[in-house]
Design a protein around this ligand. Structure first.
Ligand code: PEP
Length: 254
């Protein structure tokens, strides 16, 4: 995966509620991406739809992503999904530490274990970081730095270079309150400086950064152009093929 080529991932969360709607959405997205190989585009449907969505996107450039994974591969872990099962379904990316999962109790330690498991099996982890709220003193920067340092403690340079970091301020997720392009640019500079201090500049520069939080076809151009990240993690707007494809087009054109 070349970092210079942006990556746009659609996180479907707990949508849609039927296999048939999931299949239609996958088909529509695949149709729109058929002749486009760049930017990279991936969709993360709920687990029960992975196989079907995988079939529908198979002849397009759209790749399969998962919304989570468990850090054990096999055994007595009721309700969990393993990286081996994801691999078997040709999943390429795994979202880890989404704020909605952290709100359900996922810890930094869980995130570390999951990232290590995913890297070991050569899938790409998309690790979400983001503050609950912003304060005038800038304490949210420390919060983001702590989340990154916590992960970095267990990752070598080579491993860190394979991680995709998604900056998703919680106050911007599903609220319509998008971060400004200036906020995104500021965070991009901050994350690169944190990674440079922990590792070195070449490593920091090679980690792909995504922005997520109420990205729409209307704000995608400015966020991509001025925000200077390497793509988007998209929730709500990935549930309509037209909107998702317009976000991809905005990235291509900006
Ligand atoms: C998300 O859930 O990762 C997300 C960014 O959601 P939304 O685009 O709906 O804010």
């Amino acid at each position: 995966m070349k970092k210079t080529v942006p990556l746009i991932v659609g996180n479907w969360k707990l949508n849609p509620v039927t296999l048939s709607d999931a299949s239609d959405l996958a088909k529509a997205i695949a149709r729109k991406q058929k002749s486009i190989s760049e930017p990279y585009v991936a969709v993360a449907p709920p687990f029960p739809y992975l196989a079907e969505v995988g079939k529908k996107i198979a002849k397009s450039s759209v790749q399969l992503a998962s919304q989570d994974v468990y850090f054990k591969n096999i055994g007595a872990y009721t309700g969990e999904v393993s990286v081996l099962q994801l691999k078997d379904l040709e999943v390429e990316y795994v979202i880890i530490g989404h704020s909605e999962r952290r709100a359900m109790g996922e810890s930094n330690e869980d995130v570390r274990q999951k990232v290590l498991t995913v890297l070991k099996h050569r899938l790409v982890p998309i690790v979400c970081v983001g503050e609950r709220e912003r304060d005038d003193q800038g304490n949210f920067f420390t919060f983001i730095e702590d989340q990154i340092r916590n992960l970095a403690e267990v990752l070598s340079v080579a491993e860190m270079k394979k991680v995709v970091l998604a900056y998703e301020p919680i106050w911007a997720i599903g609220t319509g309150n998008t971060a400004t392009a200036e906020d995104v640019k500021e965070m991009q500079i901050f994350i690169v400086s944190v990674l440079t201090r922990i590792y070195d500049r070449p490593t920091a520069k090679s980690v792909r950064l995504l922005y997520g939080g109420s990205v729409t076809p209307q704000n995608a151009t400015e966020l991509h152009k001025e925000g200077d990240m390497n793509g988007f993690l998209v929730g709500g707007s990935s549930l309509k093929a037209e909107d998702f494809s317009d976000i991809v087009k905005a990235v291509v054109q900006s």
